[in-house]
Design a binder for this molecule. Sequence first.
Ligand code: HEC
Length: 142
Amino acid sequence: MSRVLAFLTCILAVSTALAEGNAKKGQKLSETHCARCHVVGDFNKFGGIGSTPSFNLLVGMKDGTERFRNFYERRPHPAFITVPNVPRWTKLAPYATPFEVTPENIEDVLAFVRTLEAKRFQVAPTGGSSGRREDRIKDGRK
Ligand code: HEC
């Protein structure tokens, strides 16, 4: 019985790992490609480009995971990031060094950003709806 359990646990662990991506690989990819513009965790705390949101800030947003899941379709990335079999929606010439990410890479990045301690972006006095006082009170945030 315990052997069967161990076997099942093993299968579960492997399939979960496959589905969830590899955080270490995601970290490496983020440090190589994304840290040129974004602050990526502790890797380049004082780096990145000032006007570009940090990974911590992004992942702390209500829909942070969603933003990372399809970041390649979100401005400004389509100009310089391609995904195999995903048509580019812009004809803009790449103004930053272009690179390609695979769906597997994206799962890896997602696994990595989940490990970052999320900053409570919502408490910052921003103009967007997620920064509204009513929303914060409704969600039990201060
Ligand atoms: C050449 C600079 C540059 C590189 C390289 C870059 N980004 Fe970005 N990224 C930006 C800028 C600028 C924004 C903010 C866009 C805005 O607010 O309109 C952004 C926004 C984002 C967002 C939020 C998008 C949204 O619509 O809210 C995510 C998620 C993101 N980047 C992930 C990544 C990941 C993952 C990588 C690496 C694989 C990466 N970026 C590489 C410049 C870059």
